[in-house]
Write a protein of this length. Structure first.
Length: 249
């Protein structure tokens, strides 16, 4: 199979990444609805809706903001501004969504943790979206650096590159299975599952950024890696509690 994958239906070019992105949102939401029906939700329907709206707004802002910060030196022009407004990243979406949820909960006075039900739908959604990234080859800035390792692949520019999207797909499968096992075998406090997901996924993304051709670094780190550090600091109390054995009993 040649990459990028170019599909046409009745001579109409199909953006496979965009199709899979929308499919990811749809399937992930349906999975969330299924999980909510099969689990007792201590948060009322009205408050849950407010939380979802907060997450959506926060994710929209965060994904665009971090997408912009990945290209801070780009010259400002009408064409580039349009490109930047359409640039988004799941990392900014996740952290922005987290902040949006916390703000929404403060506004409505909701005290219970709300993230656990979203964990597995989010993983499934990212997985489907990453398939689109892989099939898009070098058309999406998710490819890796040129490599001479046996894992290198031609993603569309004739060079052997790290297939970082494939690496992430493998990690997401492992993460899904691991968190299912943790959730089944340990007594977690409400909200802990989401925190474990965020720390694990942001930790993975911090590491894999080193084999991506980032062009802008601050203190030797990319904007995504700086966001990962911010996420770890945000959950620093939880990390300490894990280290001293207050969780996962």
């Amino acid at each position: 199979m040649d990459l990028p994958l170019n599909l046409k239906i009745f001579d109409i070019a199909i953006n496979i990444h965009l199709v899979l992105e929308y499919l990811a949102f749809f399937i992930a939401f349906r999975y969330y609805v299924f999980l909510r029906k099969s689990h007792t939700d201590i948060i009322t329907s009205n408050n849950r809706l407010s939380i979802i709206l907060g997450a959506a707004l926060g994710a929209l802002i965060g994904s665009r903001l971090v997408g912009f910060l990945e290209n801070p030196t780009i010259s400002l022009s009408v064409n580039n501004l349009f490109t930047l407004l359409n640039t988004k990243t799941i990392m900014g979406g996740l952290f922005g969504g987290l902040l949006g949820v916390e703000l929404a909960k403060k506004i409505i006075g909701e005290k219970h943790s709300s993230g656990d039900l979203f964990v597995f739908p989010i993983i499934l959604g990212i997985f489907i979206g990453r398939i689109g990234c892989f099939l898009s080859g070098i058309n999406e800035f998710t490819y890796g650096k040129v490599t001479t390792s046996a894992f290198g692949m031609d993603l569309g520019d004739g060079l052997m590159r790290h297939p970082t999207s494939l690496h992430e797909l493998v990690f997401l499968i492992f993460l899904f299975v691991a968190l299912k096992a943790v959730n089944h075998n340990f007594r977690l406090k409400n909200g802990d599952l989401f925190k474990l997901f965020m720390l694990s996924y942001f930790g993975f993304r911090f590491c894999i950024e080193f084999i991506k051709p980032n062009v802008f670094y601050t203190f030797g780190l990319s904007s995504i890696q700086i966001l990962c550090v911010i996420c770890w600091l945000y959950y620093s109390k939880f990390i300490v509690s894990l280290l001293i054995g207050k969780h996962l009993r």
